[in-house]
Design a protein around this ligand. Structure first.
Ligand SMILES: *Cc1c(COP(=O)(O)O)cnc(C)c1O
Length: 385
């Protein structure tokens, strides 16, 4: 059929009927039914007072989710990577020295963005899955004296959680701003932006918040806002210029770009779902399910990639047992019960499964269901025989 022929839509393009999946991967995760409903609400204009209020509601609800009172919250129209790019392009000018804690794939992406922006990048390299002690963090920052420090709070490629208190304290002592990647942590594990001392944090909608992908919620400390206001040269990115976006979203409400209205409806509803449960109760639910998950994994004779005290409770990296082809296990899970999980990549390719237990899937019944199906798939691939 040529591209210009009249299409017979019923034959060539049957109605959308996505397969039913249990999204036990690192993201996107299951979307809450209330969020699906919000997505179907009628569109209004991006300058309509109703939409402006929706945007402001998101900003207010994000303060609780992030744990910030004095900080400014903003929503970037783009996925988590857009938040990362906004952080870099606004706060890392050409020639700026940035110190990056490099222990996984996303700190490499941060490095790449900083380099493309002409920054001088110094890295503290560690193996994928390791974390930094307070002393190591302080020593690195005191030695390098950077203007900006970057770290990944929950490193999705490895399953390791990096505490930020010592990093932020040492950075502030050196007069540096801290960029924290909270893409996987927000909504599932404590972020505590103010208490940790973060200056710029970005996240996404499709992991801990149980929303589809499409937006990147950010938080900025008063120090970061002051730095931004004092910037004399405009940011190299017009679309991700946080001064312009902040003005549109919170001050003048003058047109900057056409915000994706439906996604803001979805985010607002997802944040209300979080608020209705209570953020602390939500962390606790995820922690409980994580413990049950690990117990089940260990009972199967399997082991976790990250030491117990440094694990992300919403994203588990399970070591692939010797002699098992992890891709075949994943295919079995997808083809059979319709369960999606992810494999490792980079240095962890073929070595770990990455299994998310987040949002609506984080219940004891769902964890048991997953463990049972996972056990069957492993056995079918020869595990334990
Ligand atoms: C998923 C992820 C990103 C990128 O987010 P996208 O929404 O895929 O653009 C960045 N950092 C971390 C830690 C992530 O897990």
């Amino acid at each position: 059929m040529s591209a210009l022929e009249q299409v017979d839509s019923a034959i060539n393009f049957p109605a959308l009927q996505p397969p039913h999946r249990y999204l036990f991967g690192p993201g996107p995760t299951m979307v809450h039914p209330r969020v699906y409903e919000a997505l179907s609400k009628p569109i209004v204009g991006h300058l309509d007072p109703y939409f402006i209020q929706v945007m402001m509601d998101c900003q207010q609800l994000l303060k609780t989710a992030y744990g910030t009172e004095a900080g400014a919250t903003l929503v970037i129209s783009g996925t988590g990577s857009a938040g990362m790019e906004a952080a870099v392009v606004n706060f890392v000018e050409p020639g700026t020295k940035i110190a990056i804690f490099a222990n996984g794939y996303f700190s490499d992406r941060l490095t790449e963005m900083a380099k493309r922006n002409g920054a001088e990048v110094v890295r503290f390299e560690k193996a994928w899955g390791e974390t930094y002690t307070d002393d190591e963090a302080r020593e690195f920052i005191r030695r390098e004296k950077p203007k900006v420090v970057g770290y990944v709070h929950a490193e999705t490629s490895t399953g390791a959680l990096q505490p930020g208190n010592a990093i932020c304290a040492a950075a502030h002592e050196a007069g540096a701003l801290v960029i924290a990647d909270c893409v996987t942590s927000l909504g599932g594990v404590p972020v505590e932006f103010d208490r940790t001392g973060m200056d710029i944090a970005y996240s996404c909608t499709q992991k801990g918040l149980s929303c589809p992908p499409g937006l990147s919620p950010m938080a900025m400390s008063p120090r970061a806002m002051e730095w931004l206001r004092g910037r004399t040269t405009p940011s190299r990115s017009w679309y991700l210029d946080l001064k312009l976006i902040h003005d549109y979203a919170t001050v003048s409400h003058r047109y900057h770009h056409t915000a994706p209205i439906s996604m803001f409806y979805a985010l607002r509803e997802a944040l209300l779902v979080v608020a209705d449960e209570g953020i602390e109760k939500r962390w606790e639910r995820h922690r409980r399910c994580h413990q049950l998950f690990v117990k089940g994994i260990e009972a199967m004779g399997l082991s976790m990639h990250v030491p117990e005290e440094h694990r992300i409770t919403t994203l588990n990296t399970v070591c692939v047992p010797k002699g098992i082809d992890e891709a075949k296990v994943r295919k079995r899970l997808l083809d059979g019960p319709g369960i999606e999980i992810a494999g490792g990549f980079g240095p962890l390719a073929g070595k770990v499964f990455r299994i998310g237990v987040m949002g609506p899937l984080a219940t004891e019944d769902n964890v048991r269901f997953f463990l049972s199906e996972f056990g069957k798939a492993l056995k079918a691939e020869g595990y334990g025989q």
